[in-house]
Structure formats: structure tokens, C-alpha cells
Design a protein around this ligand. Sequence first.
Ligand code: GTP
Ligand code: MG
Length: 201
Amino acid sequence: LFAQECQFLLGVADLSALPPGDLPEVAFCGRSNVGKSSLVNALTGRRTLARTSNTPGRTQQINLFALGPAGAPRLRLADLPGHGFARAPKTMVTAWTRLVNAYLRGRAPLRRVLLLVDARHGLKSVDREVMTMLDQAAVNYQVVLTKADKVGDKALGDMRARVTGQLADHVAAYPEVLVTSAETGAGMPELRAALAELAAP
Ligand code: GTP
Ligand code: MG
């Protein structure tokens, strides 16, 4: 699947602009600057597919990408704006949060949400809020630790174990926590395999 084509479809700031839900979708969500857009690029091997930035709040719309043969895509990826970015104007943050939450709760073709969490920082309160919301909406999600290259092996193992323990009470969470680095490509084969299973035949 990931050896095939991948193309940017469109960015939407409004749920009514989303394409029909005729293909399975996987969403990348998490705090601002956690590495959502970078992970989309690393997965697809296309450095500039999704715009990334040092400045938190780079992604301001839901950006959709289609994976698979050009005429017959099999999976859509949704790169979401970050949760909890405090430096943007408050009205903008409210608008993004509302958009993302409505998408996450109500998007029918959504097969899995990847909740990205910085491997140095672990789960924050905004992550728990998203998890609780997804539990209540019965939307499957999987925690993906990002920026693993910034953490030593011991600390990484400890963080993974800690986060895995924190998932116990969350009914919609996958028990397995993935560990990735967009920088080194660590964890990409595992993540690609997981997503390939969700794609349309
Ligand atoms: P928003 O769109 O603002 O919510 O951010 P985002 O979650 O899409 O983050 P983005 O991919 O733009 O990355 C933010 C910063 O983290 C950029 O400077 C990236 O280069 C850096 N970054 C992302 N992934 C990694 C990684 O695996 N390792 C390292 N070292 N840096 C990373
Ligand atoms: Mg982004």
C-alpha cells in the first residue's frame, strides 16, 4: 500500500466539505507540534507531502491524503490540526478544537485514530480528554509515541510501559503502544503494516 501512490486530496475547515465516506480513513491526532504531519510524510516516504513546521499550529485544517493506485485509492489519511495550542488566538483554537472533535466523534469511515504522544512527555491532560471522548464515541484509537530518536532506550522503554499501563481503563484504546521516529524511520514498518490491514481490498 505504501509503495503505491499517495496524493494530497484536500484540506477542509468545515465538516460539510469532507468527501463522501466511501473509503476507510485513519486520522493522526495529538497535541500541537507532536509530529503528526512529519509522521504522515515518513510513512509515505514523501518529505513534503504534509507541511511541517517548528512553529506549533502549522496544520490548521483537516488535510486528507489518498493512498493506493491513482484511480482506485484504498485508504485515506487525515492529518488533523493539533489539540491544545495556546499561543494562537483563542477563537482559532476554539474553531480547530470544535472541528477536530466533531470529525473524531462523527466521521463514519474512520477506522482508527492514531493518538500521537511525544515520547519525552507522555500523556497530557488534553490527551486524556481526547481519549475519554473517543471511549464514549466508541472510536478505536492507538497511542503512537513520536520523536523516539530524542529519548534513550531505557527512558523509552519506561515511557512505553507507563503509557501502556495508563490505557487500562480506556475501553476504545488498543493495548499496544507503537514507538516511532519520523527522523530515523523507527516503527514505520509496524505502522505501515497496521494501516495496510485497515485499507479497502
Ligand atoms: P501541528 O500541525 O502544529 O499541530 O504540528 P504537528 O504535530 O503536525 O508537528 P510537525 O510534524 O509539524 O513537527 C513539529 C516539529 O517536530 C518539526 O520541527 C519536526 O521536524 C519535528 N519532528 C517531528 N517528528 C520528529 C521526530 O520523529 N524526531 C525529531 N527529532 N523531530 C521530529
Ligand atoms: Mg501538522
